[in-house]
Design a binder for this molecule. Sequence first.
Ligand code: AMP
Length: 207
Amino acid sequence: MDGQTKPLTRTVNLILLGPPGAGKGTQAEILVETFGFKQLSTGDMLRAAKNSGTEMGNRVAGVMERGELVTDEIVVGLIEEQLATVAASGFIFDGFPRTLAQADALGTLLEKTGQSLDIVIEMQVDDAALVERIVGRAEKARAAGQPVRADDNAETMTSRLAAYHEQTAPLIAYYREKDVLKSVDAMGDIDRIARDLGAIVTDVTDT
Ligand code: AMP
């Protein structure tokens, strides 16, 4: 975007859908800054549980390190808790839902709280570029002396991509059918992608 803030004029709940390394987290942060969304990242919540050594965190650590998906029950529970306790003018679901069962559960949870799902944005990227991006993200963090994600390496990335194609990609057709799907080209310049996403949000709030 152009660095200006544009508070949401009505409640908008949106999903950023895309493979690992598509830039969901980066773009979610920009949307939070621009529009005042509240970001709900199940990956961040799971890493926080793992790092603080909770019982659930210990249970999911191995699954995450192998690049597999944790159970629907755990992630749906995390989102349910957030929706029940956090107030926001709009949520960005980042990395959730990742299975059809999670998508159904989210629909039910939003309905229960009198909310709707307004937009699902599919971030389109080339698989080949993703491994490079993720390995690059790890190298950058290492060089800056920052912690490196245990699952940001070429081997785990292969499993994460397989999980995406098998379990998450079917959500594209699921949401297309519900008429809430938009797609953006998520390769290339971060600012251009942010502008494209911002235009989709503005389009929805202005109509
Ligand atoms: P992320 O930060 O979104 O890439 O997530 C990191 C890891 O956390 C994934 O590879 C999964 O092991 C786990 N994870 C995050 N979100 C979900 C989800 N919605 N369903 C299942 N597993 C998840």
